[in-house]
Design a protein around this ligand. Structure first.
Ligand SMILES: C[S@@+](CC[C@H](N)C(=O)[O-])C[C@H]1O[C@@H](n2cnc3c(N)ncnc32)[C@H](O)[C@@H]1O
Length: 311
């Protein structure tokens, strides 16, 4: 079966967020793993809360609530924790963790968004044989693509200029706008974390559109059965929001997270503590790894000068 080809952005949106869209009916952790699934990541978030004396944490795109559940015992019952998520509240989540579909108008504290920006649907464009940039259309049931109308965009000109036939790009203006809207609500710190690229580091010439399901990379088809994601042009989002950008491994180092094993002496004197510390160090090592989660970008904004990662 085929359907009428549509611009990628619309097909992508419906595939993830339509009535039976992927994220409406699936839990991300059943399909892929993220930093938020590691307890040491919640440890880093707790450190930010303590350093700034924040009383509230909002997790935008909270998935299965894993990070908030791990954070609760680390920050204590007085800190307000809220998951903002289009999917239903996870069964078994601590009842004093809030859960809602809409972002609060004002966030007095910390806003986290881990792997949220990469799932914001974009227009996708490709340069045709004559050198004209065109909107890409997709058949949502097969993933077959076709070239549509010529496409002009100030965002592309500034952030991702295309020249050669066959080159593709994901047009990031929708992501800039979405994160700017989120940051504008914050009195404190806003942190978006994602995989990405920069203009100075080099854009991927064929774009980065990917799909994942059941723990594997699969064909990119916006049919609702799989994730659809593309890396984030983090320099553009940073420019739109006045954010600083740094790699996850550097952000975690500022927060004092390291992957060193605990001293062996501890194993003799306090074996339970040793095993706990060993597990945290293993997770920290994963979060810091070059070529892995450590390469993710942190976009850090303190829109009203009220928050910092520093001690
Ligand atoms: C890749 S998952 C990341 C989940 C979690 N943050 C993690 O790191 O494991 C992206 C999540 O963002 C949610 N999401 C996307 N757009 C959203 C929006 N506008 N409001 C609330 N949740 C949204 C999706 O439903 C999905 O659960």
């Amino acid at each position: 079966m085929t359907t009428e080809p549509r611009p990628w952005r619309r097909a992508w949106h419906d595939a993830l967020y339509g009535e039976n869209g992927f994220f409406r009916v699936s839990t991300p952790a059943n399909h892929f793993s993220t930093s938020a699934h590691l307890g040491a990541f919640a440890g880093a978030v707790a450190e930010i809360v303590h350093r700034n004396g924040f009383a509230s944490v909002v997790d935008l795109g909270a998935g299965g609530g894993e990070m908030l559940a791990a954070l609760r015992p680390l920050v204590g019952a007085d800190i307000e924790l809220i998951g903002v998520e289009l999917a239903r509240r996870p069964p078994g989540l601590d009842p004093d963790i809030g859960w809602c579909e809409e972002m609060p108008q004002r966030i007095d504290g910390l806003l986290m968004a881990n792997e949220w920006l990469d799932n914001i649907p974009c227009d996708i464009v490709e340069v045709d044989d004559a050198g004209v940039v065109r909107l890409l259309l997709v058949d949502a049931t097969t993933g077959k693509e076709s070239l549509g109308k010529p496409y002009r965009s100030a965002w592309l000109d500034e952030w991702w200029p295309l020249t050669r036939p066959g080159e593709r790009a994901e047009v990031g203006d929708a992501r800039d706008v979405a994160w700017a809207d989120a940051v504008a609500r914050v009195e404190g710190l806003a942190i978006a974390i994602d995989y990405g690229h920069t203009r100075t580091g080099g854009r991927p010439p064929l774009g980065t559109l990917r799909s994942y399901a059941d723990g594997h990379e699969v064909d990119v088809v916006p049919d609702g059965s799989r994730d659809v994601t593309a890396h984030v042009a983090v320099d553009s989002v940073a420019s739109a929001t006045g954010s600083g950008i740094l790699r996850q491994r550097d952000a975690l180092a500022v927060l004092g997270i390291d992957g060193h094993r605990p001293p062996l002496d501890l194993a003799r004197t306090e074996p339970a503590d040793y095993l706990r510390a060993l597990s945290v160090a293993g997770e920290a090592g994963e979060l810091l790894a070059r070529g892995g989660l450590g390469d993710f970008w942190w976009l850090v904004s303190d829109p009203r000068g009220r928050g910092t990662l520093e001690a």
